[in-house]
Design a protein around this ligand. Structure first.
Ligand code: PAF
Length: 283
């Protein structure tokens, strides 16, 4: 596996591949890789000739009360995992190259739509940080496809919208969420859960599945269904931030006429904030 730390170095590898007519899949990450990330690399390998993974803990997407300094950094282990799976190139940019004049002076990418709700409302400025770094990385790498996990469904939609709005020439692919055997969505945050909490956390996925089944069976009073789900989660010991049946495109509360839906949920278990979702296609 090749390693590049500067844009110039990275572009040399990429140019070589492009000169040989090879296609490139790009998976941006913040490291601390787990099975979810590995499945994104595998998806890239199934779609393109070469796969590039970046690891960069992006300071711009952390709020003042979020602990950027304590974000888990496990570079050696990450490299071993990427080598093992046959990733072709790892890009490890330095903050000084991506933000040479600091965060204050960098041009910001604000995706107007989709960002004021859910995670955007909970974490002001977060999606501006995500959109800015993703646009920079896409411009540096210029991949044919770039892959994002659908566990962070709103992030996936925000990036797709940015790419559409700014006419970028890249296919954004949403990859299915990987799960523990009990249904819990794979996440770096799961490492903060005790075994008992992990078992309890599977209730999020069960509640999503049961809610999706009720909607598929014809239930369309979504506010009642949401209320039931929130009560169930809260009674079990969660603090639910939101559980919302949405239109899959706009992420606005779904209406009974909508055919393609997604239920977005975020619930806290102790200190750990868990995100999950389920898509529903009513045909
Ligand atoms: O999902 C992530 O890990 C990050 O938000 C991303 C897309 C790598 C941007 O920093």
């Amino acid at each position: 596996m090749y390693q590049a730390t500067s844009v110039i170095e990275l572009r040399q590898y990429i140019q070589h591949w492009k000169n040989h007519g090879k296609s490139i899949a790009f998976i941006p990450t913040m490291g601390n890789l787990h099975q979810g990330h590995i499945s994104l690399i595998e998806k890239g390998q199934s779609l393109c000739d070469h796969t590039i993974c970046s690891i960069f803990v992006n300071p711009m997407q952390f709020g003042p009360n979020e602990d950027f300094n304590h974000y888990p950094r496990t570079l050696e282990r990450d490299i071993v995992q990427l080598e093992a799976i046959g990733c072709d190139l790892i890009y490890l940019p330095a903050a000084s190259e991506l933000y040479p004049d600091g965060l204050e002076k960098i041009t910001q990418v604000q995706v107007t739509d989709l960002t004021g709700i859910f995670e955007g409302a909970h974490r002001p400025g977060h999606f501006t940080g995500v959109a800015t770094i993703v646009l920079k990385l896409l411009n540096i790498v210029r991949p044919d496809v770039s892959i994002f996990g659908k566990k962070d469904f709103q992030q996936y939609r925000v990036i797709s919208k940015m790419v559409e709005d700014l006419n970028l020439e890249v296919d954004i692919i949403g990859a299915e969420t990987t799960r523990e055997p009990n249904g819990l969505a794979t996440s770096s945050r799961n490492q903060y859960l005790s075994d008992d909490q992990k078992e309890l956390a599977s209730l999020i996925n069960r509640t999503l599945k049961e809610s999706a089944a009720s909607i598929t069976a014809g239930e369309n009073t979504f506010d009642k269904l949401e209320q039931r789900a929130i009560e169930r989660l809260n009674q079990a010991g969660f603090e639910t931030d939101y559980f919302c049946v949405c239109n899959v495109e706009t992420l606005e509360p779904a209406s009974p006429e909508d055919r393609r839906l997604v239920i977005l949920v975020t619930a806290r278990l102790g200190e750990t904030r868990l995100l999950d979702n389920i898509e529903i296609d009513l045909g």
